[in-house]
Write a protein that binds this ligand. Sequence first.
Ligand SMILES: *[C@@H]1O[C@H](CO)[C@@H](O)[C@H](O)[C@H]1NC(C)=O
Ligand SMILES: *[C@@H]1O[C@H](CO)[C@@H](O)[C@H](O)[C@H]1NC(C)=O
Ligand SMILES: *[C@@H]1O[C@H](CO)[C@@H](O)[C@H](O)[C@H]1NC(C)=O
Ligand SMILES: *[C@@H]1O[C@H](CO)[C@@H](O)[C@H](O)[C@H]1NC(C)=O
Ligand SMILES: *[C@@H]1O[C@H](CO)[C@@H](O)[C@H](O)[C@H]1NC(C)=O
Ligand SMILES: *[C@@H]1O[C@H](CO)[C@@H](O)[C@H](O)[C@H]1NC(C)=O
Ligand SMILES: *[C@@H]1O[C@H](CO)[C@@H](O)[C@H](O)[C@H]1NC(C)=O
Ligand SMILES: *[C@@H]1O[C@H](CO)[C@@H](O)[C@H](O)[C@H]1NC(C)=O
Length: 767
Amino acid sequence: MKGYTICYVLFPILFVAVLVESAGAAEGEKDGVYIVYMGAATSSSKNDHAQLLSSVLKRRKNALVQSYVHGISGFAARLSAAEAQSIAKTPGVVSVFPDPVYQLHTTRSWDFLKYGTDVVIDSSPNSNSSSSSGGYDLIIGILDTGISPESESFSDKDMGPIPSRWNGTCVDAHDFCNGKIIGARAYNSPDDDDDDDDDDNTPRDMMGHGTHVASTAAGTTVPDASYYGLATGTATGGSPGSRIAMYRVCARYGCAGSSILAAFSDAIKDGVDILSLSLGSPASFMLDYKEDPIAIGAFHAVENGITVVCSAGNDGPSEETVTNVAPWILTVAATTIDRKFESNVVFNGEKVIKGEAINFANIGTSPVHPMIYGKSAKKTDATESEARNCNPDSMDEEMIKGKIVLCDNDDDSYTFYSKEEEVRSLGGIGLVLVDDKMSGVASNYNEFPLTVISSKDAPGILSYLNSTKNPVATILPSTVVSQYKPAPTIAYFSSRGPSSLSRNILKAKPPDIAAPGVDILAAWMANDTEVTLKGKESPKFNIISGTSMSCPHVSGMAAVVKSQYPSWSPSAIKSAIMSTASQINNMKAPITTELGAIATAYDYGAGEISTSGALQPGLVYETTTTDYLNFLCYHGYNTSTIEVISKDVPDGFTCPKESSVDLISNINYPSIAVFNLTGKQSKNITRTLTNVAGDGNSTYSLTIEAPSGLTITVSPTSLQFTKNSQRLSYQVIFTTTVPSLPKDVFGSIIWTNKKLKVRTPFVASSR
Ligand SMILES: *[C@@H]1O[C@H](CO)[C@@H](O)[C@H](O)[C@H]1NC(C)=O
Ligand SMILES: *[C@@H]1O[C@H](CO)[C@@H](O)[C@H](O)[C@H]1NC(C)=O
Ligand SMILES: *[C@@H]1O[C@H](CO)[C@@H](O)[C@H](O)[C@H]1NC(C)=O
Ligand SMILES: *[C@@H]1O[C@H](CO)[C@@H](O)[C@H](O)[C@H]1NC(C)=O
Ligand SMILES: *[C@@H]1O[C@H](CO)[C@@H](O)[C@H](O)[C@H]1NC(C)=O
Ligand SMILES: *[C@@H]1O[C@H](CO)[C@@H](O)[C@H](O)[C@H]1NC(C)=O
Ligand SMILES: *[C@@H]1O[C@H](CO)[C@@H](O)[C@H](O)[C@H]1NC(C)=O
Ligand SMILES: *[C@@H]1O[C@H](CO)[C@@H](O)[C@H](O)[C@H]1NC(C)=O
């Protein structure tokens, strides 16, 4: 269908967003699936839950979609808007909201997964893939599209018996589970009316995404992995010693919030250690914490000692695009690795222009194919801009047939896949796309000769096309460039901070950490014809990009840390990963964005993961339940709501009298954000560090990296620990030296002893 805009193609969730908004309005509310959230599952909540549920079920048959009783209390049910409203008023109900649909965080939506894309798992170039038993016997739960158990990455060779604490199971998955995949469940999406699509009932992966993510987190070591010879190497997950429990919550149309909440509840009961979610809402559609099943589920998972790692989203590089920002979540941005896939253009005899793409072009290495600029093939009723962008129905078939077409990509109405389709359907034999946004990310075009060049190289080709009557060129098949410099860089698509949700809070909450998420090779589902080259066997690995791919790198790492320090809380693990991150690339220069600017905490949080560092952080910030509850107070929830939400409310807890959002800066988080800092004002922030170094006596001294416009005073200036588990606090006073900071500014507070460095990034803003 023509006139599909990129918005609809990429974000089917927008339909849902519209639906949700209208459901929230007084007029025009809709009947549909609603989630009724009743806080933590406690013995006292069980009665409320049972009563409310039975009253709902009396009203209508088949109303119930999901019921949550482990860790989380509540249910999802088909309700009228009036019923939803009346249930919302029932005591014990925290919130009632329409079931949202989330999207996977690959750079392509599922709509385009079928074109094949980039895959495979390999660990970060700077990382030291510890031992092959990394993450020994930890259990990583993954909420995704399912898993392909045939993959060699999920072999259970050398894995001992399943840990006896495991309380999960494999449902509707015959011959599915082994010593590596120890749990598998699937959830029916409530809105999937698609009759011919019974895929929902199995944890088998029909899309590839879940298989890729699972093998990145915990795949066993597979030598000689590649995508048809590209990126050949040993594929290993972040914690090859860990077990996998797959919770299939996504189908073609997206990932239902009601399913996600059910998976969280099951995972809590099953006894996973880490949860990994490579999905979320788009930046345009942020949900408040108590209406966001990911935030809700993660809160209760963390209450139960489970570390929750989520992707930050692919809506960068604009600010305020980061998603999954609740402070109990570890939020992951994406970086490039030191490997590129080059598919170059040869024209004008010997001239070569570098292009980036994964293709197996076979039109020869000699520049003998006629080439044309889209604009030169303009149809009379199309605009010049449409034609040079190779938009559907803008170019003349006779002019395109048999030629390589040069296309711009500077209007956002169509995806480059629709341009590819248009050129192919008009008989074009190749496509050179001019696009800086794609820089650093090689998409997969299989056999079609398509490559992406930078705009700075475009004038060279354009003037050649202009200069001769019969211009000729060719597109070379991809080759791999390794040890590429600089790396890592922040992926163009990676979502940025600050959070648009609660300013002070983690505005401080940009992404927390960054990890490889560009052109990652990892296991792929079996028999996927869309990524299979003609006449070849289907690939066992694939190369894809997204914060979806960076998230499981960190999940694997969290498992490795947890296996070494089983008693550490999720916040201690998060702190260890953040305070030891790196800000330096492989040229010993500061990590930059894809476009070359020095990266800030808004781009990568604390920095790029350092696998060795996180195992020896020295000191950690422990964010307590009280911190999280205070956070909810500051965010605007009252004491009675919070008492329902959390099972761990300390006796006598009440929200502080002055619960302003400004106070969010004070929760004991491994990064600091202060906002509203104007007119030579000061803000006084407290942080508390816990000694986990294991050697008892240790003195840390202070270094401050302060941006201009800001004075930072820290006291004390030395932290002298005398025993393990000891906690010491320090104060930081931020003072502006100018009436108003010109923009948000960044810096860090670093505590070092002779061996270890504990870095705390901060952002300060007048906004
Ligand atoms: C990797 O491990 C080796 C041996 O333990 C060590 O010498 C090396 O410095 C480590 N490299 C990194 C990047 O941590
Ligand atoms: C183990 O699972 C059963 C149901 O399968 C559940 O009743 C029980 O509470 C679970 N145990 C734990 C410790 O969560
Ligand atoms: C191509 O030629 C036209 C007219 O001959 C001229 O207007 C245009 O600027 C040229 N473009 C390039 C990129 O050289
Ligand atoms: C893939 O296809 C082959 C050949 O048709 C078949 O034998 C095999 O069972 C299929 N594998 C899966 C996982 O569907
Ligand atoms: C707490 O907030 C909820 C939801 O906004 C509201 O319904 C309730 O009345 C409030 N309770 C108190 C004691 O203010
Ligand atoms: C900033 O300060 C003003 C006045 O002091 C207050 O009303 C506002 O809520 C604050 N905003 C944030 C984001 O803290
Ligand atoms: C900052 O706050 C701490 C803890 O509340 C307090 O002890 C300290 O005196 C304060 N410092 C200033 C300069 O206000
Ligand atoms: C740390 O130092 C103190 C005094 O210097 C000493 O009494 C104590 O035993 C030491 N603790 C450890 C664990 O070494």
